[in-house]
Write a protein that binds this ligand. Structure first.
Ligand SMILES: Cc1cc2nc3c(=O)[nH]c(=O)nc-3n(C[C@H](O)[C@H](O)[C@H](O)COP(=O)(O)OP(=O)(O)OC[C@H]3O[C@@H](n4cnc5c(N)ncnc54)[C@H](O)[C@@H]3O)c2cc1C
Length: 444
């Protein structure tokens, strides 16, 4: 029986490879594409990357880098996807991991084995050879930004709209949008980037959203803004944290809310602002026109919920992604409503030996969190710490979900949200707590 199977060599999977290798834990890592880097490999031949040509990280490199392998000092604060993919190449080469990854090999099925562990079936892309192997543990790192989420149900009239409808997953370059009337739907990071880019070449760009949003500039006082939003100051005493965030948001106020839209989609100030200088500038200059949500389509026209309408050539749906595990049966794990029941966002309570990596949406970057998750998983595999009972794990999941509901409006976007520093601290605590049952002492 193999020790551990890692599914995917994106930034989460390679973080796990590095940690397990360092701990001397045997593993096989399968990657359906030909290279590492997953979403950050533009034009990845896994056909799963959502990267567009102009994509840069929106979390600063200082926040995104692995603790075990800092990014080069001469990289810009917000590197491009080309630079990030090169960083991942350097990472696997530095730690000698490349030859330990089996490329062009898809994991097609993971089934709990009768005597414990999991049967993992793989298929080699070139020759179609299938192989099944038994593993003690499986680490799922297949990413959650590749299966497009379309509005469900579709807007009335969408099926007869004469313009084009695309999802941001398929947006690559601005050329097809030159001279067009473009409607971008959504206010996440992709929506901001795509609206900014098309507004430079399109006849008009409209940005429609259900409710307002806080947009922060990338730099404040010469410092990458995410340092301020996740710095210990911003996580200090409540009054200091509130003051810091109020100051930050004051910089953007007025330009990001209003427009007749409902308030931003979170209930407290600290949650999920989007970072984009260009959007603020281009909104200010009137290059991008804000609209509320779509009400319906009619011919070549989009009607909005405030009664206004525009003739539109192409709608870009920046409506997010579905969490999907094609190789796992629904009876093992379900991601209905984009919710996955995971203790500390990693462990499904009822399936020992199965772990999920990077299945989080942080205010901050995923990579160092996936690295910290890998350390906790390695502790669990090596028996350095143990999990509490399943009832306690389910309770933690219920509490996490209740906290999300208190903080955000109900939305499929906020089902796996974490705060960068809080979550790092949570994982540190999980690693420190030994939940092993204490040996009972018998008094003679
Ligand atoms: C437009 C955009 C911008 C983003 N910007 C940021 C940012 O600035 N900062 C940030 O932290 N995050 C950002 N993200 C989130 C991004 O998803 C993560 O940074 C990162 O890609 C997560 O890495 P991952 O390894 O978990 O998933 P992925 O990068 O998606 O990697 C998953 C890997 O698993 C492989 N795989 C999948 N299924 C199988 C299978 N069955 N068998 C074998 N291999 C498989 C895939 O080929 C892929 O290589 C952004 C996402 C998008 C879409």
């Amino acid at each position: 029986m193999g020790e551990v199977c890692i599914i995917g060599a994106g930034s989460s999977g390679i973080a796990a490879c590095q940690v397990l290798a360092e701990r001397g834990i045997g593993f096989d890592c399968f990657e359906v594409g030909s290279e590492v880097g997953g979403n950050w490999r533009y034009g990845n031949d896994n056909n799963m990357s959502s990267a567009y040509r102009s994509l840069h990280i929106n979390t600063s490199r200082q926040l995104m880098q692995y603790a075990s392998y800092p990014m080069a000092e001469d990289l810009p604060a917000y590197p491009s996807h080309f630079q990030i993919a090169r960083y991942f190449d350097d990472f696997v080469d530095h730690f000698g991991l490349r030859e330990r990854i089996t490329f062009r090999t898809e994991v097609t099925a993971v089934r709990p084995a009768p005597g414990g562990g999991y049967e993992v079936t793989t298929r080699q892309r070139d020759c179609g050879t299938e192989h099944t192997e038994h593993y003690h543990s499986v680490l799922v790192a297949n990413g959650h930004h590749w299966n497009p989420r379309w509005p469900d149900p579709a807007f009335p009239g969408a099926d007869t709209f004469t313009g084009e409808q695309v999802h941001s997953h398929h947006y690559r370059e601005f050329q097809p949008y030159v001279g067009k009337r473009v409607l971008v739907l959504g206010i996440g990071n992709s929506a901001c980037d795509i609206a900014v880019e098309t507004s430079r070449v399109a006849e008009r760009t409209f940005l429609a959203m259900r409710r307002g949003a806080h947009i922060l500039p990338k730099y404040l006082f010469g410092v990458p803004t995410d340092h301020l939003t996740t710095s210990p100051v911003a996580k200090g005493p409540f009054w200091l944290r509130r003051l810091t965030l109020r100051l930050l948001l004051a910089v953007a106020r007025g330009r990001v809310t209003g427009f007749g839209l409902p308030e931003p989609d979170h209930k407290v100030l600290s949650a999920h602002p989007t970072i984009s200088d260009d959007l603020l500038t281009r909104l200010g200059h009137g290059d991008i026109a804000v609209r509320p949500n779509i009400a319906r389509f009619e011919g070549d026209t989009v009607h909005f919920v405030d009664g206004s309408s525009e003739r539109i050539d192409v709608v870009v749906y920046c409506t997010g992604y579905r969490i999907t595990f094609p190789f796992l049966d629904e009876s093992v794990i379900t991601s209905a409503d984009n919710e996955v029941a995971l203790f500390h966002r990693v462990v499904p309570p009822d399936h020992p030996g199965l772990y999920f990596l990077g299945l989080i949406q942080p205010l901050g970057a995923i990579m160092p969190l996936a690295e910290a998750q890998s350390h906790w998983i390695a502790d669990l595999i090596q028996g350095r710490v143990r999990l509490p009972g399943t009832a306690a794990m389910h309770r933690e999941i219920r509490e996490y979900r209740a906290a999300l509901r208190r903080r955000y409006v109900s939305s499929k976007r906020h089902t796996i949200q974490v705060d960068f520093l809080d979550y790092l601290a949570e994982l540190r605590r999980a690693r420190a707590v030994d939940s092993r049952p204490k040996p009972s002492v018998t008094v003679q």
